[in-house]
Ligand binder design. Sequence first.
Ligand code: PMP
Length: 407
Amino acid sequence: MNSLWHGFADMGVVERDGAFVVARGEGAYIYDTADNRYLDATAGLWFTNVGHGRAEIADAVAAQLRRVAHYSNFGDFTEPATQELAERLSALAPVPGSKIFFTSGGSDSIDTAAKLARRYWHELGRPDKTIVVGRQKAYHGMHVAGTALAGIPGNRENYGELMADARTIEWDDPKSLLALIEEIGAERIAAFFCEPIIGAGGIYLPPDGYLAEVRRICREHDILFVADEVVTGFGRIGGSWFASSRFDLRPDLMTTAKGLTSGYVPMGAVFIAPHIAEPFFAGGVWWRHGYTYGGHAGAAAAALANLDIVERENLLDESARLEATLHEKLAPLAEHPRVAEVRSGLGAVAAVQLADSAEGLPMVKTLRAHGVSSRAAGQGAMQISPSFVMTDAQVDEMVEGFTRALG
Ligand code: PMP
């Protein structure tokens, strides 16, 4: 039965201990194959924003697959659902009039943004602007460009050089961006990639004023600002569709995936501000880039149904509610001797940081024994990023599970 090679795993351990098999899901709960119930603290890998088991999305996908599953998004080909989704996303975009380039997921979106940034400067006659900059602790997916420009050493090591012209700066100090500009010159730098909240690298909220300041520096030095909203997009930041809207960042490029379809079907999208798209839309540039499943019609149908649910059920407000509830109800866990700190207060995102980072993986299993499914991000940061349908009573239940597991 062990033909499956899991991602981000020591397969020796999975072979020894067995897999945790999720058989079904309903709202904020998942069930294993023995039908034991777990509160889903993470919404899968931060994506099931509308909760599990939405027949409405399944039906929309099935209807689309019966019409046509997918054809192509290259050249002049496309499909009605894909066109409709692009119009809808452009209307939600933090920068009005943004163009939408569809991908198969977050890593594709990052790769697309990294190539597009370089190509943009080439088209503007500045081909030396090729360096892409990321931050320590940052996670930008697992394609080569994203791995190289992210800031988690363990993910980058032992492959040789992944990509030339990728640099990493401190995650929390705008002065470190200025220092890099001083060192290598803005005329060499294509783009700065920035997760509004550091996600997989351990869930770290931006210091006050950080986002506005790095945005300002990029604008001043002609460096494209890429907001990586794969985690934060589509309502994860309470009360707004994107962190970029809440913080008025007006990104040149914005990478998304996950919450676009709530993970029901894989899909990503890059939002491209009009001034960046302009040289490509003016005629004469044939951008040789695209993915077979970019703009997949079945995925587009899932995204449209997902956005319908978010709007109809006011889930951006529910995410804002969770921002406050998580902040209030998780705070007492910080007093526990095995907890170093609780990070919360921005969006439906939080981390219970264990004092001993080596306890992260064992804690995943202990939490399961107490009816909670979470995961360890960064160094022993227990991830909390529930679906927006998790009720306050379910948050209580989750906190109780954490308390018992820590005890
Ligand atoms: N960027 C960020 C901020 C992410 O959190 C992730 C995935 N966790 C990615 C990019 C990559 O997305 P995917 O796994 O869909 O390729």
